[in-house]
Ligand binder design. Sequence first.
Ligand SMILES: Cc1cc2nc3c(=O)[nH]c(=O)nc-3n(C[C@H](O)[C@H](O)[C@H](O)COP(=O)(O)O)c2cc1C
Length: 321
Amino acid sequence: MRLSVDLAPQRKFGLTLINPVMTASGTFSNGIEYRKVFDTDRLGGIVSKGTTLRPRKGNAQFRTAETAAGMLNSIGFQNIGVRALVEQVAPVWASWRVPVAVNILGDTPGEYAELARTLDGVPGVAALELNISCPNLELGGMEYGVDCDAAAEVTAVCLRATQLPVIVKLTPNVTDIASIARAVESAGADAVCVANTLLGMAIDTHTRRPVLGRGFGGLSGPAVKPVILRQVYQVAGAVAIPIIASGGVMTGQDAVEYLMAGATAVQVGTATFTNPLAPLTVLNGLERWMQDSGEEDVRNLVGAARSIPAATHRLRTAAGS
Ligand SMILES: Cc1cc2nc3c(=O)[nH]c(=O)nc-3n(C[C@H](O)[C@H](O)[C@H](O)COP(=O)(O)O)c2cc1C
């Protein structure tokens, strides 16, 4: 059975994963603790915690809240900063077989570029994942990910600053996610991740206050899957670069659905909070689904549910029709 996929097929050496199951940023720490729980080299890829130029303490409590079929978070990017990551964490990653993508975010395009430059050529770092669901201070606090030009600009500055493959993680909090995906593809992104968390909130009726310290937070978990599945399907109709799906993947069946919508790989996030072995559960479920349905190559699932199969769409796009 063939499970391997390539997230950067247009690059000379690609970005090959042994299977399409990755972990999602912010839900797997930097992967090191999980090494004690299971053999993380069995995964297709790991994505680091959101990393900034300088260390961040994160937001005030409360930072998480449970919801029906999901959770809200407003962690605020607590992390050790890129320099400590390069000195202390990347050397550990360098001894692993599983590729690690570093999820980065900056307050300005210049900060993104500096992060990309700092991580360029660092052993143990296989790719960058740009979190563009954060406010652009140069644009008065508007999120990069809600504006085609801002999303393209941050993609382009990172690509100029690094040789690493660049995955752009889109925000789902937009009217037309396909147009943002098209803009970052035109700017040279190797792949897109669809998507970050949906903006939500919870209210404590005893205190009559929002539960989260920051009022709003990102919704994740099974509750978001139908929304993100629809967005993956829409993005697959708009771009030819690989799509990584992120949103409520709990089982192998979820992974199969996302692949059929047009994703090349999936990320497992919130599921690991209830089951630390969730990424393996998803991988085993995917393999079992393939065995049961006599499917030999996971790539045959990509876009299988689309009315125009993804491969045909790519040919048409290439031909300009
Ligand atoms: C506690 C928590 C922290 C997160 N931190 C980040 C982050 O630092 N950067 C990022 O791009 N996404 C972050 N995310 C979003 C996840 O990577 C993922 O895209 C999202 O949760 C949807 O997937 P899921 O439903 O499988 O969790 C975070 C999510 C959670 C729940």
